[in-house]
Each structure stands twice: as structure tokens, then as C-alpha cells.
Design a protein around this ligand. Sequence first.
Ligand code: SF4
Ligand code: SF4
Length: 369
Amino acid sequence: MKKLGFGLMRLPQTDEKNPKSVNQELLNKMVDYYLEQGFTYFDTAYRYHLGMSEVAIRKALVERYPRESFILADKMPTFLITKTEDYQRIFNEQLEKCGVTYFDYYLLHTLGTKTYANTLQHGGFDFVKKLKEEGKVKHIGFSFHDKAELLDEILAKHPEMEFVQLQINYIDWDNETIASRKCYEVAVKHNKPIIVMEPVKGGSLANVPEEAEKLFKNYHPEMSAASWAVRFTASLDNVFLILSGMSDLEQVVDNTSYMQKANPLNDEEREIIKKATEIINCSIAIPCTACEYCVEDCPKRIPIPKLFSLYNNQKQFRLVNSHMSYYDNLTEHHGKAADCIGCKQCEQHCPQHIAIVEQLKEVSKVFDV
Ligand code: SF4
Ligand code: SF4
């Protein structure tokens, strides 16, 4: 299988304000082109486009190509499960919406502190195991948005999970909260094949600051900024697939061109990415160094540096929705930004002299909604 997967979460729309209005005609063309280039993997989910992604891919792919000519992945929305029977009901609905009798890859969608506990409580792992035994799915795994320690725990307790889908890109590689590198290392430790999601960070790394863009263009005039981001992930061991959420034909053409032969990055290219990362990180909103001196005395146990890191990331890339699950997981057993009582115990310890109380108010405006 070629390493580029077609993510179906940001499809072209006929009405920008209505996620359900998938532009079917254009999607059909994108699917045709992608398949013509020899790629085969499609990744949908119950919640993408408010339920219309599954329907759209049935029309574009399942109804127009033989079932054995493509690989289809779908995901169980763990965050919507309130009782055990929900699993079967939703799965049946997914088969029907996609017009298939089986999925090649099936994932527990977005496991984190809360959804993992919920999945354990309602028997989600047993359910997907049963689907595999019945031949209704060929491979089982999960997508993950939380701390590396939790990933380690899940993989240790559930060796039946065959693969893991992680958010990995060069800007989140050493990010405190998203912790791409730490999660990647845990998956490698457990010897699990990895599917990468958000290699271009929701499209943001396709539009990097001019200075970073120049670095890329000087080295490869013909290659896009997005191609650098995707190749960064393609160069990692254990990564067997990289998902790109494609929104127009141009992106499909660009992605499939450089992914025909995904040459790993050389040392010079790695150095260029490192410099680009520094340039992008220079524009951060809160200059927190994550030293954690402020955390110990906080009566509300607010994970201050982690919230700042998430906020900085959101400010740079304007990706509130995709960051909400990190925020929810971080504040599940800790204070939220809105819980700050303004006692300023934290500010006394901050070597960067950050106005923590004021900055938490800004964080709260974005995430405590
Ligand atoms: S000011 Fe807010 S963040 Fe700082 S120690 Fe007090 S409650 Fe915690
Ligand atoms: S003390 Fe200041 S720099 Fe250190 S983690 Fe806290 S806010 Fe960030």
C-alpha cells in the first residue's frame, strides 16, 4: 500500500457554512484522480461533516469502484457512547451509510482520559474484537489525543489493538501538550504500526511564515511547504500511512505527486525543518518556557504551562475544535483556566514574569466556552 491516505474530514463544500453540503461532483473527481495515481486508503468517521462524510464516500467510491480495489477505514465515536448497545447500533448505521459489508480498518475514535474510561465501562474493546472475529472489520486500532503515559497504559493493557493513529507533525513534535514525539516513541516501544493524522496541522503548515517558506523554496523550488510537513512524518520508522485531509483537486495533485516515492528527508532537509520550526515558534503569544515553577502552589491545580502551550498553538494555527479534546483531557482532573481565583501564588515563581492571571483569562475565552 502506498503511504498517503485520503482523509475525509475536510471535504469541499458547496456552502462554506454548512458542513453537510459536501461538493459531491468535485469529491468524485478527487477520488478518481487519487485512485488513478495508485493510492487506495480512505479514512472517514461517523462525525465528519456531521455524518455526511460516510455518505459522500459511499457515492464517490463504494458505488463507483469494486470493493476490493480500495481500503476503507471508519471510526466508532467513543465520545457519543452512553450504553453498550450504542456500539452495535452505530456500527450498523455506518455499514449502511458507507454501503459496505465490512471495513478494512476500524478505530475507536479519539481515545483520551475521558473516552478511554467510557470505552472500558461500556465494553468498547470487546466490541471491536468481536467485529474482527466476525470478519466485519479486518484490523482494529484507535486514534489518540492525550498524554504519552496514557497511550503507554492503553497499549500495555490492550495488545489486541493492532495499530494506533497519532497526531504527528514537525511543529507538534516537541510541543508540551500534543507531545507528538513522546506518543510516537511509546507506539514504537510497543511495536505498533502508526497512522499519522494532521501531518500538515489542519493545513496550517501549508502556509508558513515567509521566512520559513524561503528556506523551503531555496532548497526545493518546485516543492510545496505542505510536502515538507508530510515528508517529515513519512521519514519516521513504524509509520505505515500518512493521512492528509484533502479539500480540493489541487491538494490531491500535489500530495500524490511527492508521495509517489516518499523519499526520506536527508540531514540537510532535517536541519531546514528545524530552522523553520524555530521561525514559526518565534511568533508565540505567551513566552512560557514550561519550567513548571508556577504549578506547585496553585490551589486550583491549574496545569498552567500546558494550557499556555495549547493556547499558543491555537493562536498560531487557529484550530480551536481540534484542540478542545486536549483541553478537556488536561482539565479532567485539574483546574480549568476559568477556575483561577487570581491569588497570584503562581506569578511570584515565574522567571519569565508572565502575567499568568491575565493570560489565563485569555485562555479561558478560547477554551471555556
Ligand atoms: S492566580 Fe490562579 S493560576 Fe495562579 S496560583 Fe492562583 S489560582 Fe492558580
Ligand atoms: S513559571 Fe512561568 S515560564 Fe515557567 S511554566 Fe509557569 S508560566 Fe511558564
